[in-house]
Design a protein around this ligand. Structure first.
Ligand code: BYC
Length: 319
């Protein structure tokens, strides 16, 4: 005789599936806390992609050559596309894009702290591509193996595009470092301003991270915040040296024993301020997003009206 499985049995079965490296799909049973945690991370990730279009979008009209303009335009469009993949994947968890946007606008949902810093020179386009996309790739390569199927598949597509983003940023820095003293200084200044905020992208230290332990057990996250940050430092040092840039950290030093670079401490007070809405550009970024949402309302309404009309027509034809 069959009987209903208890909650404990369902949870044990779910964990066994994860331990066996099977993906969790939208219609599978999942603990409510798993659903909410993946939804939180994915929606924040989607918001980061879309809000992240703003600092670079601001430079499209001022790119120094037609070629740079085309490349930057393509990159910013890609970020919008990444947002769309992620919103669609997140919607499979039963929350609409409107609800996710509402959570963003009300401050309940976050987006990556890095996008609350201004992009004030052309070299910032280089630093963002090289460091911000560089940090994002380190994180996202790891997330390709996340346990939630739609998120994992979205990451595979996104990673393919991110490596082009990182290279175009590094190329901007490389060309500036071959230029005049003023250009070299501009590149170094961009690195000085974006280095520490990029390090913050990986989140708090593992011991302080609210979600890490559970997210690692459920394999939503495959590597910890500190592990990924170390990977980013190790890869960035050689890249900076190669083109003559100096990473602004007096404590940065190769540690033979660990086989990794040691580095200085992040200003966690600054991080906490930025993620609580008090960074240099938080208000500007959100206001811009709200404005774009309002201005796009007529397009969404028109599309919804068109779909309704189409459905009515086909229902009439079938009758
Ligand atoms: N910024 O327990 P923790 C891109 C929050 S965009 C803001 O460690 P978790 C690009 C965290 O949410 C790609 N908030 O959290 C686009 C939590 O608060 P809540 C961006 C942060 O989730 C355009 C609290 O702090 N990538 O590539 O286990 C141009 C405690 O943290 C941050 C992603 O979004 C932060 N940096 O780990 C260029 C990656 N760090 O939610 C490039 C996806 C922490 O309880 N996300 N918080 O209110 C992740 O991998 C993880 O969510 C994190 C944090 C590693 C970021």
């Amino acid at each position: 005789m069959s009987r209903e499985k208890t909650q404990a049995e369902l949870e044990a079965q779910f964990q066994a599936k994860i331990d066996a490296e099977e993906k969790i799909e939208p219609k599978d049973w999942m603990p409510e806390k798993y659903r909410l945690n993946v939804l939180r991370q994915m929606s924040q990730h989607a918001h980061s992609e879309v809000i992240g279009m703003q600092p670079e979008g601001n430079w499209i009209t001022r790119a120094p050559t037609l070629h740079r303009k085309c490349v930057l335009l393509a990159k910013v469009q890609d970020e919008g596309g990444h947002g769309l993949y992620l919103y669609s994947a997140a919607e499979t968890l039963g929350t609409s894009r409107e609800e996710m946007n509402e959570a963003l606008h009300s401050g309940r949902a976050k987006y990556a702290s890095i996008f609350n810093y201004p992009a004030i020179t052309w070299a910032d386009m280089g630093a963002i591509g090289w460091l911000v996309d560089g940090a994002a790739i380190v994180n996202q390569v790891s997330l390709q193996r996340t346990s939630y199927g739609p998120y994992s598949r979205g990451m595979v597509r996104i990673c393919k595009e991110e490596s082009f983003h990182q290279r175009q940023g590094y190329h901007i820095m490389m060309v500036l470092m071959r230029g005049s003293d003023a250009q070299k200084q501009m590149a170094q200044d961009a690195l000085n301003r974006f280095w520490w905020p990029s390090m913050m992208m990986f989140g708090p230290h593992d011991a302080e991270s609210a979600h890490s332990a559970q997210s690692m057990k459920w394999k939503i996250k495959r590597q910890s915040n500190d592990e990924l940050r170390q990977k980013f430092v190790d890869q960035s040092v050689a890249q900076a040296e190669e083109i003559g840039l100096v990473i602004p950290d007096p404590d940065l030093k190769w540690n033979e024993e660990r086989g990794h670079y040691d580095f200085g401490e992040i200003d966690w007070e600054e991080f906490n301020q930025v993620i609580s809405g008090n960074g240099p550009c938080n208000r500007q970024r959100l206001a811009h997003h709200v404005k774009a949402e309002e201005e796009g309302e007529w397009v969404r309404d028109a599309m919804a009206a068109y779909e309704t009309k189409k459905r009515q027509r086909s229902a009439k034809a079938a009758a």
